[in-house]
Design a protein around this ligand. Structure first.
Ligand SMILES: [Ca+2]
Length: 260
């Protein structure tokens, strides 16, 4: 299961990512997930955010005119309820804090607040720069924007209280996309790659990579934009889900322990 990147066929696959980071292939553990179950996923969903809150799966989608926030039935992939992100906005990531779902948009610094479980829009918030994805560790919210730096937000105010610079082999790791806080680590899709980075939330150091290339091969997407994106962890049921943009499948997976 565990392989060292330097000795892995993944080295070729991840070479562009590592070149972006300016790093030689580091001796970083690369693991393939175990697929526990496979479910249908809406191929019209350009997945930008995925999370489970109190057993309910929520997904946000992107592209102008196709940006929605929806509750999805895991087993059937069916939409249970859906709201549209305001016209002209390109929807990105989502996070739940207490009884509120919050969403960000790609450009323009406009975030939105939605009540749960009704998914009624109740207000907004502002931030600078781009918004890509969010997750939370129960104390603070993490916001990605495609750069190597995650912003830490105070959940009460949604104001930036700090930053976390993510590094791989000592070099900044760009293209950090969808996020999920899972058992003391931050999992992050790396845009345009089949890799999920396992980030130490204390130091920003990437401790390992999860190789989703077998799942990418299974969904056989032909659109180059149909990349792996979307990670959701059911903190009570302990189910971990991944999917991708316009993928026909959502996978429940299991990971080897961090650093294994
Ligand atoms: Ca997520």
């Amino acid at each position: 299961m565990r392989r060292l990147l330097a000795h892995s066929s993944l080295a070729l696959l991840l070479a562009p990512l590592l070149a972006l980071a300016g790093a030689a292939p580091p001796p970083i553990p690369v693991a393939k997930p175990t697929v526990v179950a496979t479910y249908p996923h809406d191929t019209a969903a350009f997945t930008e955010g995925l999370l489970v809150d109190r057993g309910h799966l929520y997904e946000s989608t992107g592209r102008e005119g196709q940006s929605f926030i929806r509750e999805v039935d895991v087993k059937t992939g069916r939409k249970l309820r859906e709201v549209a992100v305001p016209t002209g906005q390109f929807g990105e990531g989502i996070v739940v804090w207490k009884d509120e779902l919050r969403s960000v948009t790609w450009h323009g610094g406009q975030g939105y607040r939605w009540s749960l479980p009704a998914l009624k829009r109740t207000g907004g918030f502002r931030y600078t720069g781009e918004g890509w994805a969010m997750t939370d560790d129960g104390r603070r919210i993490y916001l990605s924007d495609g750069t190597p730096t995650l912003r830490l937000l105070d959940p009460a105010s949604m104001k930036v209280t700090g930053t976390l610079r993510v590094t791989i082999d000592g070099k900044p790791l760009p293209r950090i996309n969808e996020l999920e806080y899972v058992n003391g680590e931050i999992l992050a899709n790396i845009w345009m790659t089949p890799a999920i980075a396992r980030i130490d939330p204390q130091t920003g150091v990437v401790k390992g990579l999860i190789d989703l290339s077998d799942l990418v091969a299974q969904v056989a997407a032909t659109d180059p934009d149909s990349v792996a994106n979307g990670i959701a962890y059911d903190r009570t049921g302990h189910h971990l889900y991944v999917t991708g943009k316009n993928w026909p499948k959502l996978f429940e997976i299991k990971l080897p322990p961090a650093g294994a």
